[in-house]
Design a protein. Structure first.
Length: 347
């Protein structure tokens, strides 16, 4: 048995569109900041002969991972589990209990922290001693963005070229402590589940958007530029890429047929307010970015947190904010468990 804790990541240059939908191979490289432990996924895994099939609970709700017609995410989880179990030679069924301390499937990267944390817990429970690179490749196959949450700091996912995906994994490019006052103010305006899953979105945008054709090359170029900007701690260069890349990805979503709109009027209020703040300061002090949801991530530095919070206070639709620094990535929790061993169920 093992328990791991992990965190989401926020993409600064986004992954949107797959060249292989089965293996989650992206059309472009991406780069992200791993968040700290304000937002967490905890996952306990137990292998036992005492249950008759594999069981998965997310936020105490049992998910179907055994039926013939299970959702794609469950299928990907089952595939990772079976691969790792076979590699270890351990025979028992898996009891997996996973909990997020933040809303699931609302565009706050629950699948990223969920996938990475699960692979960490599985590797430890099965005694596999996998490298982070190996874990990143498996996490990628659960949810693309999960491959980046296997590391702390600033993380690059190189798209790779090989059809089998063996060169498509993430790596840490900048240590968590390097830019210690970098912050993400996660701004919650909507906690409902997204209407269009990211898997459907990835597919439909590639299939139907004409704007998308320009994106992969452009995003690859931006990854290189932003990486250098972060190394120089050049917030000006970094901020513009972050905002433009988010807008670019959401433009291809809007250009998808039928259109995909994760942003809403609340997100737009935030976009305008951040531009106004930057205008007032005469330089970029904050940058917004949105994943597949209406909730904003405002990237800023410690010095400007209060300015950002003041601006957000003026927006009615903002329900709450969470401040995150750069996180260290997943780890094993030695003395914690989410499994009740006597009932073989979530505690
Ligand atoms: O990992 P997925 O399939 O849920 O895709 C997530 C894609 C975005 O969050 C929108 C962007 C990213 O790079 O994280």
């Amino acid at each position: 048995m093992s328990t791991a804790i992990g965190t989401p990541n926020i993409a600064l240059v986004k992954y949107w569109g797959k060249r292989d939908e089965e293996l989650n191979l992206p059309t472009n490289s991406s780069i992200s900041m791993t968040l700290d432990e304000k937002l967490t996924t905890k996952t306990s895994v137990l292998f036992t002969e005492e249950i008759d099939q594999d069981r998965l609970y997310i936020n105490r709700e049992e998910q179907d991972i055994n039926g013939a017609d299970i959702p794609e995410k469950s299928m990907f989880i089952k595939r990772a589990l079976e691969y790792m179990r076979k590699k270890s030679g351990i025979k028992g069924h898996a009891l997996i209990v996973s909990e997020n301390n933040f809303p699931t499937s609302s565009g706050i990267a629950s699948s990223a922290s969920g996938g990475a944390t699960l692979v960490f817990a599985l590797s430890d429970a099965l005694g596999l001693k996998m490298t982070r690179r190996e874990m990143s490749i498996i996490a990628r196959q659960i949810s693309g963005s999960a491959c980046r949450s296997v590391y702390g700091g600033i993380v690059e996912w190189k798209k790779g070229k090989k059809p089998d995906g063996s060169d498509s994994f993430a790596r840490q490019v900048i240590k968590p402590s390097y830019w210690g006052d970098l912050r993400d103010v996660i701004t919650i305006v909507d906690t409902s589940k997204k209407k269009i899953s990211s898997s459907v979105g990835h597919h439909t945008t590639i299939a139907t958007s004409t704007l998308y054709k320009n994106r992969p090359k452009h995003a690859d170029a931006e990854v290189k530029i932003i990486k250098d900007a972060i190394k120089r701690k050049d917030f000006q260069a970094m901020a513009e890429i972050i905002m433009r890349d988010s807008n670019d990805m959401h433009a291809t979503m809007l250009d998808t047929w039928p259109p995909i709109m994760y942003l809403n009027d609340n997100s737009r209020d935030i976009i305008y307010a951040i531009h106004e703040l930057n205008e007032k300061k005469g330089r970029y002090v904050a940058a917004y970015t949105f994943d597949a949801g209406a909730n904003a991530h405002i990237i800023t530095t410690e010095d400007f947190i209060n300015d950002v919070l003041d601006v957000l206070k003026g927006i009615n639709s903002v329900k709450s904010t969470i401040q995150s620094g750069v996180g260290n990535g997943p780890k094993i929790l030695k003395n914690e468990s989410l499994i009740d061993l006597s009932k073989l169920s979530p505690i």
